[in-house]
Design a protein around this ligand. Structure first.
Ligand SMILES: [Zn+2]
Length: 150
């Protein structure tokens, strides 16, 4: 089966799980991931609320203070962008949690390993598809050795 890179951020581009395919997660595991995701959602919302006032521009006559403020604001904006993306992934995962889509890779349709789900419970992708989405691809997993042309 050929794997295609997918946009991990956009759930509309996720391939649906083939009918009749069952995810092997137990009800207990599903409940466990649900509580982890809900906790992560709470923490991420808190981070977003924390970041918000940091991007407000404070008027200052002091040049050094202005530069320090600009740098602090850039850090806060990066943090805001990162946490917004994380929150979107968490909410998408919570939306999928009760269906077989959760734990199934949106890229290749294979099961996402429990080890990966435990590390990144909001991920819609298996490790191979994530690496493709990150621009790594199979060659980079083999230490940069290019694949032989088929
Ligand atoms: Zn995959």
């Amino acid at each position: 089966m050929e794997r295609r890179p997918v946009d991990a951020q956009d759930p509309r581009r996720m391939r649906p799980v083939p009918a009749g395919r069952r995810c092997r997660l137990t009800a207990e595991q599903r409940q466990y991931f649900k509580s982890i995701l809900e906790d992560a959602q709470t923490v991420t919302v808190r981070e977003l609320i924390r970041d918000r006032p940091r991007i407000v521009i404070q008027p200052s006559a002091d040049e050094v203070e202005v530069i320090t403020d600009i740098e602090a604001r850039e850090v806060a904006v990066e943090s805001l962008v990162r946490h917004s993306a994380r929150l979107r992934q968490i909410r998408n995962a919570l939306f999928r949690i009760d269906s077989d889509d959760f734990g199934t890779c949106a890229g290749c349709g294979r099961e996402i390993s429990l080890k990966r789900l435990a590390a990144v419970p909001w991920t819609p992708l298996c490790i191979a598809c994530q690496e493709d989405a990150d621009g790594g691809g199979p060659a980079s997993r083999l230490g940069g050795v290019p694949r032989r042309a088929a």
